[in-house]
Design a protein around this ligand. Sequence first.
Ligand SMILES: Nc1ncnc2c1ncn2[C@@H]1O[C@H](COP(=O)(O)OP(=O)(O)OP(=O)(O)O)[C@@H](O)[C@H]1O
Length: 205
Amino acid sequence: MEMRVTDLACARGGLPLIEGMSFTVAGGEALVLRGPNGSGKTTLLRTLAGLQPALSGEISCPPEQMTYGAHADGLKAVLSVAENLSFWAAIHGQRDIAPALAAMNLTELAERPAQTLSAGQKRRLGLARLLVTGRWLWVLDEPTVSLDAASVALFAAVVRGHLAQGGAALMATHIDLGLAEARVLELAPYKAALPVDPGFDEAFL
Ligand SMILES: Nc1ncnc2c1ncn2[C@@H]1O[C@H](COP(=O)(O)OP(=O)(O)OP(=O)(O)O)[C@@H](O)[C@H]1O
């Protein structure tokens, strides 16, 4: 399995942010996306996940082969931890949620309504969801927000396990995940030139 991105350009709010971007992610690989606030990491991930159209370029992997973890945890507040996971597992044709619960240290919280979880516990549940999708490519936006050091380590182990099974991960993160094997993809070289404002008029200066 491989995702090949070729000469991609994307925009947000009508402004081009990224242009001329090409890279590949293959099964067994983790790619960490780096760039300052506002540089377009979320925009790139949304584009790859098919949530917004690219301005131009090609993405070889269809959204059906990936799972996208956004800033929001995407939980159903009144469902329990186990019910939330079962819901997602059913959508993806999976049954066994026990390994996902155990991997993100949620077994003891299985019966708790999601709305009563702490921010870090909610994030752990959001990440456990990845494990019941069966998708090979994980596209993740700041996956470790709200996690304490122990949970970051748990998550790194989950990612490593996914890679070992031939999966891949593309993650925007500002923190060190402790995944020494991850490649870093800097956004800076692909910063799009700002369009010239055709309505500019010196008389108004
Ligand atoms: N809904 C929106 N409408 C218009 N512009 C937006 C919208 N969302 C984000 N932007 C702008 O698009 C640019 C890129 O934002 P994006 O969220 O992709 O950056 P980022 O690299 O993920 O930032 P951060 O590190 O802060 O999460 C920013 O200048 C931002 O203000």
